[in-house]
Design a protein around this ligand. Structure first.
Ligand code: NAI
Ligand code: MG
Length: 486
C-alpha cells in the first residue's frame, strides 16, 4: 500500500457533518487482497437523515442553496473543478488503491471527474426553457426546474468519474444529492465530498452514505422523500431499484451495462482499428459498461486480424495498479470467481482461447487478477456473447457481409455502444442507423470518454441519458406556465 495515501473520513456525510456509523466495512485493495482501511456502513436511519438534510438544503431550511443563482452555482462548480485538479495526485492514488486500476487510468479518471464539473459548471447558467406560440391572448413559457432530492446509486468501476457525471449535472441544475457509493470502492468519492465541504458547498446539498447495496442502497431507492433516482450497475439490481422507486412514482435513470460490439470490415484501416479494439476491452480490466466486449470481423481479413490481435494480447501484462501495467486486477474475489467459472464453462462448450496475456514478474499473487483473453470459435448465441462478463475477455465472431454483421451486432438484449470500422460511407450510416444502441462510434471507439456526448442504453442497457447537455436536462423537469393577458 502506497504510504502517501491519506484516507478520507470513514464516515457518512450528512447535512455537512461527518457521522460515525455503528458498523463499518473493510476496504480491500484488489491489487493485493489486503485490507487498507474501513468505511461507514450506513443503515436506513442514516439514509433517512441524509434525505432529510438534502430536502432541507433544497428548500433553504439548511444553508442557502435555494438562494444560489444559476451563475453562483456555475462559479462554484468551476472552482470545484480547479480544486479537484489541485488534489489530482491524491485522488488518483486513492482510486488506484481502491479499485486496482492502473495508475495512468486512475489519473485519467480524476481528470475526467474535474472535466465533468467544468463542463456542467459552464452549462449551469445556460439551461433555458422555451416560449410557446399559443392563442393570441396568451404568453406561454416552460421552466426547467430541479427535481429536489436526487438519489444516486453508483458502482465501483469508475467511482470518481461517475461521481462527476451524476453529481455535477444534478448540482448544476439546482438539485440536492444523496449519493450511495459502492461498498467495493468509494474512497475517491469520500475525498471528493470532503473537498466539496472545504470549498463551501452549503450543508446538505451533497450527502454521501457509504454502505451495502441491500442496506443503504435499498433504503435510499425506497425512500418516499426522494424526487429522482439515477442508478448505474447491473440489470438485476437495476430492476430492484426501479421497483422500489416505483412505489413513490420517482423518475429513474438506469445505466445498466452492455455487450457492445465492434464491427471490423475488410476495407477498414486495420492499423488504426486494432489498438482501439484492444483498448476497448482492456481498459479497467474490462470492467466498463461500455467495453467493446465483442469483435465481429469480416471473413476476408479474419485470419490477419486474429493473428495480429493474438500478438497484442500475448504482449499484455497484469500487475498491481501502482505498477501501471496494461491491466489491473478485478475488483474482488467474487467477480474473479464468477468470471473464471464462465470461462471454464465456455471452454467446456468448445470455445477456444486463441491468446492470453500474462502476469508481470513479481505481481502480487493475492491480487484478483484474470489475464486478458481472446476467445474464438464461439457458438452462435453462447453466453459469452450475451452476458456482460466484466473482465478483459474479448469474444470474436466472423461474418460474411453487412447484413450478417448487423444481425450479429443486434443479437443481444443489451444496447449501449457499438463501433463500426469501414471506409464505406454508405455502410457507415446504414449500420449506425440499424444498430440498436445508445452510442455508435465510426472509425473510433469511446470518443475518449466523451463527457460532452449523451450516453445511455436501449433494452437491458437501461434508459435515460447522462453526460452532455442532455445529462443535465435529465436532472430537471418541465413546468409550463400559461398566462392569459387578454
Ligand atoms: P450491483 O448492481 O449490485 O451494484 C451497483 C450499486 O448498486 C452498488 O452501489 C451497490 O451497493 C448497489 N446495490 C446493490 N444491491 C442493491 C439494492 N438491492 N438496492 C439498491 N442498491 C443496491 O453490481 P455488482 O454486484 O457490484 O456487480 C455485478 C455485475 O454488475 C458486474 O459483473 C457487472 O456485470 C455489472 N455492473 C455494471 C456496471 C456498469 O457500469 N454498468 C458497474 C458495476 C457492475
Ligand atoms: Mg452487488
Amino acid at each position: 500500500m502506497a504510504a502517501h495515501v491519506l484516507f478520507p473520513p470513514n464516515q457518512a456525510l450528512i447535512g455537512g457533518d461527518w457521522h460515525t456509523t455503528q458498523a463499518t466495512l473493510e476496504v480491500e485493495t484488489p491489487s493485493r487482497g489486503e485490507v487498507i482501511t474501513r468505511i461507514a456502513r450506513s443503515q436506513a436511519d442514516d439514509v433517512n437523515d441524509a434525505v432529510q438534510a438534502a430536502k432541507q438544503a433544497f428548500h433553504g431550511q439548511l444553508g442557502d442553496w435555494s438562494s444560489w443563482s444559476a451563475r453562483h452555482r456555475s462559479e462554484w462548480l468551476l472552482a470545484f473543478a480547479t480544486a479537484i485538479e489541485a488534489d489530482h495526485e491524491r485522488l488518483a492514488a486513492l482510486e488506484c488503491a481502491d479499485t486496482g486500476k492502473p495508475m495512468a487510468q486512475a489519473r485519467g479518471d480524476i481528470t475526467a471527474c474535474a472535466r465533468y464539473f467544468r463542463f456542467y459548471g459552464g452549462a449551469a447558467d445556460k439551461l433555458h426553457g422555451e416560449t410557446i406560440p399559443f392563442e393570441n391572448d396568451f404568453a406561454v413559457m416552460t421552466l426547467r426546474e430541479p427535481f429536489g432530492v436526487c438519489a444516486q446509486i453508483i458502482p465501483w468501476n469508475y467511482p470518481a468519474q461517475i461521481f462527476g457525471r451524476c453529481v455535477a449535472a444534478a448540482l448544476a441544475a439546482g438539485n440536492a444529492v444523496v449519493l450511495k457509493p459502492a461498498e467495493d470502492a468509494c474512497l475517491s468519492v469520500l475525498r471528493l465530498a470532503e473537498l466539496a465541504m472545504e470549498k463551501g458547498l452549503p450543508p446538505g446539498v451533497l450527502n454521501v452514505v457509504p454502505g451495502l447495496g441491500q442496506e443503504a442502497g435499498a433504503a435510499l431507492s425506497a425512500h418516499p422523500d426522494i424526487d429522482h433516482l439515477s442508478f448505474t450497475g447491473s440489470p438485476d439490481t437495476g430492476t430492484l431499484v426501479a421497483q422500489a422507486s416505483a412505489l413513490h412514482h420517482v423518475p429513474v435513470t438506469m445505466e445498466l451495462g452492455g455487450k457492445s460490439p465492434q464491427l471490423l470490415f475488410a476495407d477498414a484501416d486495420l492499423d488504426a482499428a486494432l489498438p482501439f479494439v484492444v483498448r476497448g476491452i482492456i481498459q479497467n480490466a474490462g470492467q466498463t459498461c461500455s467495453a467493446g466486449s465483442r469483435l465481429l470481423v469480416q471473413r476476408e481479413v479474419a485470419e490477419e486480424v486474429l493473428g495480429r490481435l493474438a500478438e497484442r494480447f500475448e504482449a499484455l501484462s497484469c500487475d498491481a495498479g501502482e505498477a501501471d501495467a496494461d491491466c489491473g486486477p478485478l475488483i474482488n474475489a467474487r467477480q474473479k470467481a464468477k468470471l473464471e467459472a464462465r470461462l471454464e464453462a465456455a471452454a467446456n462448450d468448445g470455445v477456444r482461447t486463441l491468446a492470453r496475456g500474462r502476469m508481470a514478474a513479481g505481481a502480487p499473487v493475492q491480487g484478483h487478477f484474470v489475464v486478458p483473453q481472446l476467445l474464438v470459435e464461439v457458438p452462435d448465441g453462447h453466453e459469452v456473447l450475451r452476458e456482460e462478463l466484466f473482465g478483459p475477455v474479448l469474444a470474436v465472431q466472423v461474418f460474411s457481409d453487412e447484413r450478417e454483421a448487423l444481425t450479429l451486432a443486434n443479437a443481444t438484449d443489451f444496447g449501449l455502444c457499438a463501433g463500426i470500422w469501414t471506409r464505406d460511407s454508405g455502410r457507415q450510416f446504414r449500420l449506425a442507423k440499424g444498430i440498436r444502441s445508445g452510442q455508435v462510434f465510426i472509425n473510433n471507439y469511446g470518443a475518449a470518454g466523451g463527457i460532452e456526448l449523451p450516453f445511455g442504453g436501449i433494452g437491458r442497457s437501461g434508459y435515460g441519458r447522462e453526460k452532455g447537455l442532455e445529462g443535465m436536462r435529465s436532472y430537471t423537469r418541465i413546468k409550463t406556465i400559461a398566462l392569459m393577458h387578454g
